[in-house]
Ligand binder design. Structure first.
Ligand code: FES
Length: 91
């Protein structure tokens, strides 16, 4: 079942079936920093304000409390995320 992703200071949307969170954000033209897209580097992390995600595979990168790695997780409930200013790609 699809869950709603709400972005603080942004909008809410429903990811398509099979998309991880990074792919879901990209499909909404929301570009964030990433490198490996496989849970190794930790570059993509965003704040998980509310809700739950699950990882396809436990990430190798250290994930600080309250943060998630969009490149390798999916929402398992409705979630609210905050994309830190430093994570947003600019023009
Ligand atoms: S892009 Fe490397 S952990 Fe997400």
């Amino acid at each position: 079942m699809a869950h709603i992703v709400k972005i603080i200071d942004g909008f809410s949307f429903m990811p398509r079936e099979g998309q991880n969170l990074l792919e879901a954000l990209e499909s909404q033209q929301i570009e964030i920093d990433y490198q490996c897209r496989e849970g190794f580097c930790g570059a993509c992390q965003v704040d998980l304000v509310d809700g739950e995600v699950s990882y396809d595979q436990e990430p190798v990168a250290f994930v600080p409390a309250g943060r998630v790695l969009p490149c390798c997780c999916r929402a398992t409930s409705d979630i609210t995320i905050e994309i830190p200013e430093s994570q947003r790609k600019t023009g």
